[in-house]
Design a protein around this ligand. Structure first.
Ligand code: NAD
Length: 367
């Protein structure tokens, strides 16, 4: 029997409530798919500050170094929002984790079930069949990290600011290899987004993506799109994309656009994958819902657990190679929505259910 080793970092607000559901789902699924889970929970975020004086306590980081994945809730809330920016739970917890594990890839599935298509701000006929696409964003390179990055005062007294967009072949290759693997598990199509008509980094990006796909899987159907066009095409027809592959800044913007057109933060999961690989050659990953700690509903048993549960599915797929079990979770969530259950965020005026009721339905629907 396979043992899955990961830490659970529920964090603040609704984090512990939805994490509880995700763990129950994994327990039940283990019985069906013959795996066991070995996990321990640790403080992170606001509760880390309260209990250990630090958003990412040393003991939490050490525990994460001993496992293959982190199932993360969300962090932050009104109690800590007056702290200096550097000590804010989100920044002080997530950035050091990204750094410690070299998390260079962010995968954000854009999923909208047809039953929830009214949640999307897009035209009804555009999303009648739902949305199913995946954004693969490079996370550690590009203009957010390139040097020099500075503001100087010129001789005439005016200020000048510089950011530097820089990419190396190896950085583009490793994210492309990941996008290829993700596309192989989907419909085998990658659309690489760049701005190769004006940016040198994009010229290298496009050339490298082409070479990498040729080398690793020439059967992938590869296309290229300028980022301005991609932003338009996403709202015009999101389903033309299977896997969208982008550099850091373009991905930051496009993945948020994708989240909005999918309608509810409570339904969206994400994965950040790192350089470190486990014994099976699969990447270390941090798996978390796209939304935050939802302080307005925290502690009331009203949170939608789907995003957290779907994050656990991504963990099974990418860090543990359990595609069947991952799909089983995704189908169970779909089935629960199809049966008419809605938490408040997706109820659209109907009668909402609570976290537990939605969670139990997902567990009952696991096959
Ligand atoms: P939020 O995502 O927490 O909430 C926005 C809205 O979406 C709220 O109305 C909330 O009730 C709803 N919502 C979000 N997830 C939901 C769920 N699972 N079920 C039902 N409704 C859900 O964003 P915010 O209000 O801007 O931020 C609140 C706190 O969360 C802040 O402290 C922020 O810094 C933090 N935050 C953390 C992360 C993270 O940990 N990665 C991400 C975003 C925000």
């Amino acid at each position: 029997m396979k043992t899955l080793r990961f830490t659970t970092l529920p964090g603040d607000g609704i984090g512990p409530e939805v994490m509880d559901v995700a763990l129950k789902v994994l327990q039940k699924l283990g019985n069906l798919y013959d795996f066991s889970i070995e996990t321990s929970g640790h403080d992170v975020g606001g509760i880390g500050i309260d209990n250990h004086g630090k958003a990412l306590p040393d003991s939490t980081l050490e525990a994460c170094k001993k496992v293959d994945a982190i199932l993360f809730g969300s962090v932050g809330g009104p109690k800590w929002e007056n702290l200096p920016p550097k000590e804010q739970p989100e920044r002080a917890a997530l950035l050091p984790i990204r750094k410690a594990f070299g998390l260079f890839a962010n995968l954000r599935p854009g999923n909208l079930y047809p039953e929830l298509s009214d949640l999307s701000p897009l035209r009804a006929d555009t999303v009648a069949n739902g949305i199913d696409t995946l954004c693969v964003r490079e996370l550690t390179g590009g203009i957010y990290f390139g040097q020099p990055k500075e503001t100087t005062v010129l001789e005439n007294g005016e200020k000048q600011a510089i950011d530097t967009m820089v990419y190396r072949t190896s950085e583009i290759e490793r994210i492309t290899e990941l996008a290829i693997k993700a596309a192989e598990l989907r419909n085998g199509r990658i659309c690489s987004v760049d701005k190769a008509n004006v940016l040198e980094t994009s010229v290298l990006w496009r050339e490298t993506v082409i070479n990498c796909v040729q080398k690793h899987n020439p059967d992938i159907e590869l296309s290229h799109m300028y980022v301005d066009n991609a932003a338009m095409q996403l709202v015009r027809d999101p389903n033309q994309f299977d896997v969208l592959l982008t550099e850091n800044m373009f991905g930051d913007i496009l993945s948020d656009e994708l989240a909005v057109i999918c309608g509810s933060l409570g339904m969206l999961a994400s994965a950040s994958l790192g350089t470190q690989k486990n014994d099976a050659g699969l990447p270390f990953g941090l798996y978390e819902p796209a939304g935050g700690t939802a302080p307005d509903i925290a502690g009331k048993g009203l949170a939608n657990p789907c995003a957290q549960v779907l994050s656990a599915a991504l963990m099974l797929r990418y860090s543990f190679g359990l595609e069947g079990a991952a799909t089983s979770i995704e189908n169970a969530v779909k089935e629960s929505i199809r049966s008419g259950l809605r938490t408040g965020d997706i109820a659209m005026g109907g009668d909402p259910v609570g976290t537990d009721q939605m969670g139990n339905a997902i567990i009952d629907n696991l096959k």
